[in-house]
Design a binder for this molecule. Structure first.
Ligand SMILES: [Zn+2]
Length: 86
């Protein structure tokens, strides 16, 4: 099973994790995909690039649903880097 990395907003570091079983995704508009975080199915056209789940090689974000994206944004704002300017 392929590994990916998950950003820990509070500790500001990545952790390796495994892809969920039977997870697959596509980058084709109009396709139904699963959210990497919650597993809900939704249309790729409505996906957001995850701020937390990334490929280990290039750091590309996996697609997440709107609900999980909102949670990620809240976490990011809750635990900013000391020098981050919003
Ligand atoms: Zn989700």
């Amino acid at each position: 099973m392929t590994a990916l990395i998950k950003w820990d907003f509070e500790n500001h570091q990545y952790y390796p994790i495994l892809l969920p079983e039977n997870y697959s995704t596509t980058h084709n508009f109009g396709s139904v995909i699963k959210c990497i975080n919650c597993g809900d199915s939704f249309n790729y056209d409505n996906s957001f690039t995850s701020l937390q789940y990334h490929t280990p090689d290039m750091g590309l974000g996996y697609p997440v649903c709107q609900k999980c994206h909102a949670i990620e944004l809240k976490q990011k704002l809750l635990y900013p880097y000391p020098d981050e300017d919003y």
